[in-house]
Design a protein around this ligand. Structure first.
Ligand code: GDP
Ligand code: MG
Length: 598
């Protein structure tokens, strides 16, 4: 395709503002989909994505409109997948900025816009959901100008749901977004935008050609990985697969090259011709590193092999999570896994439970700490270690300093919830950096320890603000902190799955909360069960579960009756879901539920 006839764009939006619906409409309008196929969203094709309404893996679709070829790049919609987003954006010259006409500009909108601007994108604003009674398109238009600083005078007013303004969106893409640049005669340079495992095709690689041409039968070299492969298929998605003979400069499409493992096809790598290689790879390659770690153990020890197989299969499709075997005194054999964030963790855990039918115990998530150990006699230099499992915490006497990762968070919140959000951030050791008002809404910037955010910060933020606050973050480096390991003892035995690293200043509150929740989550036994939180040998919080009187059952349940009843029902599902600690049975649900901070 001639360069001047190509437009590459992505859609950026805050979650739920209508990105996927608009994408499907554009595909439908340009002939790729029938009305019936429209009924289920095409670009979000995994079950979990559909349920949570977020896009996890980036997909791309080629559209034809008035003699132009438009490549629509769908980008992941969550902060955990920021690097993948950045590569998708780097493959485009422009972006549609979708803003909900009733909700207006939100934190994620802004974070995406800034990234888009960094990639020199031409941004085309689309005000979506104008069919809603609560829609205020003119107010939103002003917001886009005021908050983001974009000219929104020509913003397209649309309703992706009712099909209003779709032609105008397509025309605006052609008119406003610049065509790609590239040199067909130069040595091949193509960016690896995404890769995934397909059971029929093997690893499928999504590419954006910058210079040169990719052809079937060509020997290509991955410049970062250093490997060579023979291309056996070249094509694009419309959204159905269509095979092509080649992809030229400016084009987006896929290749397959008999690659078995996605780990060999890392996002951001540069593909070049093995016989006539480019001198330098494309800029911006980064190796993605997991930031949140936790242990995954089968509830039933006999499921270990099944867990190993399932994890290995999932990993085939997701090179960004890591796993290694772990043994725990209480939980037996399992895996220590690393994730890009808490959502990523939940997705993998949910897929293991749902697609592979496994009952799992997840241990307390932990970030990666940097420990400076005290220099022992005979050692020339003090040692620094990275700790991602509280169980591996060395003796406090052997630690000089502990550093923890920090983030900078941007929060948007309507004025009336501001006080509660400030308190939440303060409680989580946040440092306020900025507070400005834009049209009745506060924009807050906070520095926070990642450790205080990984548990339930996002859930709390949403519940405190009735869903109105939005949140985005990025890491800003390591800082020293007064951190200690807190153990939880049930019936005087430490439950290693629940031990965590906490700040000394918040340890007592956290410990008390844990004990209180466990008291509710662990069913009564025939004997009294003490629950304690301890630092070193010192108990900082304590609760006791009273003994069950054999004759009475119904009367025992005070407090939150429905919750206890649910628990009781779960218990009936079988003893398999329980974990025995000494002589105490702890339900599987308790492990995660206990970690939620009240
Ligand atoms: P995404 O998270 O940005 O991909 O948003 P979705 O496309 O999944 O849309 C979120 C919700 O908004 C869904 O329930 C859609 O049906 C709905 N929605 C999307 N566009 C419109 C619109 O133009 N009007 C109305 N009323 N609802 C819409
Ligand atoms: Mg979506």
């Amino acid at each position: 395709t001639e360069l001047s006839r190509i437009r590459n764009f992505s859609i950026i939006a805050h979650i739920d503002h209508g990105k996927s619906t608009l994408a499907d409409r554009l595909i439908q309008r340009t002939g790729g989909l029938s009305e019936r196929e429209m009924s289920s969203q095409v670009l979000d094709n995994m079950d979990i994505e559909k349920e949570r309404g977020i896009t996890i893996k980036a997909q791309t679709v080629r559209l034809e409109w008035n003699g132009y070829t438009l490549n629509l790049m769908d980008t992941p919609g969550h902060v955990d997948f920021a690097y993948e987003v950045s590569r998708s954006l780097a493959a485009c010259e422009g972006a549609l900025l979708v803003v909900d006409a009733a909700q207006g500009v939100e934190a994620q909108t802004l974070a995406n816009v800034y990234q888009s601007i960094e990639h020199d994108h031409e941004i085309v604003p689309v005000i979506n959901k104008i069919d809603l009674p609560a829609a205020e398109p003119e107010k939103v238009r002003a917001e886009i100008e005021e908050i983001i600083g974009l000219d929104a005078s020509e913003a397209v007013l649309a309703s992706a749901k009712s099909g209003i303004g779709i032609d105008e969106v397509l025309d605006a893409i052609v008119a406003k977004i610049p065509p790609p640049k590239g040199d067909a005669a130069a040595p091949l340079k193509a960016m690896l935008v995404d890769s995934w495992y397909d059971p029929y095709l093997g690893v499928v690689i999504l590419v954006r050609v910058i210079d040169g041409t990719l052809k079937k039968g060509q020997q290509i070299k991955f410049m970062q990985a250093g490997t060579t492969h023979l291309i056996d298929r070249v094509g694009c998605f419309r959204p159905k697969i269509e095979q092509l003979t080649e992809l030229g400069p400016g084009e987006i499409g896929f290749i397959t090259a008999q690659i078995k493992d996605v780990a060999q096809a890392r996002v951001g790598d540069t593909l070049t011709d093995a016989r006539r290689p480019a001198d330098t790879p494309l800029p911006g390659f980064r190796e993605v590193q997991p930031v949140v770690f936790c242990g995954l153990f089968p509830t039933d020890a006999n499921d270990f092999e099944k867990l190993r197989e399932s994890i290995s299969k999932l990993r085939l499709n997701d090179a960004s999570f890591s796993f290694e075997m772990e043994t725990s005194a209480a939980l037996g054999f399992g895996f220590r896994c690393g994730f890009l964030g808490l959502l990523h963790l939940e997705i993998i855990q949910e897929r293991l439970t749902r697609e592979y039918d496994l009952d799992l115990i997840t241990t307390a998530p932990s970030v990666v700490y940097r420990l400076q150990l005290t220099r022992s006699a005979g050692e020339a230099e003090a040692r620094t270690i990275e700790l991602h499992n509280p169980a591996d915490m060395p003796d406090p006497n052997k630690i000089d300093t502990i550093e923890e990762p920090w983030i900078e968070a941007t929060i948007y919140v309507p004025d009336e919830y501001l006080g509660a959000i400030l308190k939440l951030c303060q409680d989580r050791r946040g440092i306020q950096k900025n507070l400005t008002y834009v049209g009745g809404r506060a924009q807050l910037t906070y520095e926070l320890p990642l450790n205080e955010v990984v548990f339930d910060f996002y859930d709390r933020l949403k519940s405190i603000s009735r869903g109105y606050a939005s949140f985005d973050y990025h890491q800003i480096g390591y800082r020293e902190g007064d951190l200690v390991k807190m153990s939880i003892l049930v019936n005087n035995e430490p439950v290693d799955a629940l031990s965590m690293i906490v700040h000394r200043g918040t340890a007592e509150t956290r410990g008390r909360g844990m004990c209180e929740r466990l008291k509710d989550l662990i069913p009564r036994h025939l004997f009294k069960i003490p629950i304690q939180a301890a630092i070193g040998g010192k108990v900082i919080a304590r609760e006791t579960i009273a003994a069950l009187r054999k004759d009475v059952t119904a009367k025992c349940y005070g407090g939150d009756i429905t919750r206890k009843r649910k628990l009781l029902e779960k218990q009936k599902e079988g003893k398999k879901r329980m974990r025995e600690y000494g002589s105490v049975q702890i339900p599987q649900e308790a492990f995660i539920a206990a970690l939620r901070m009240g």
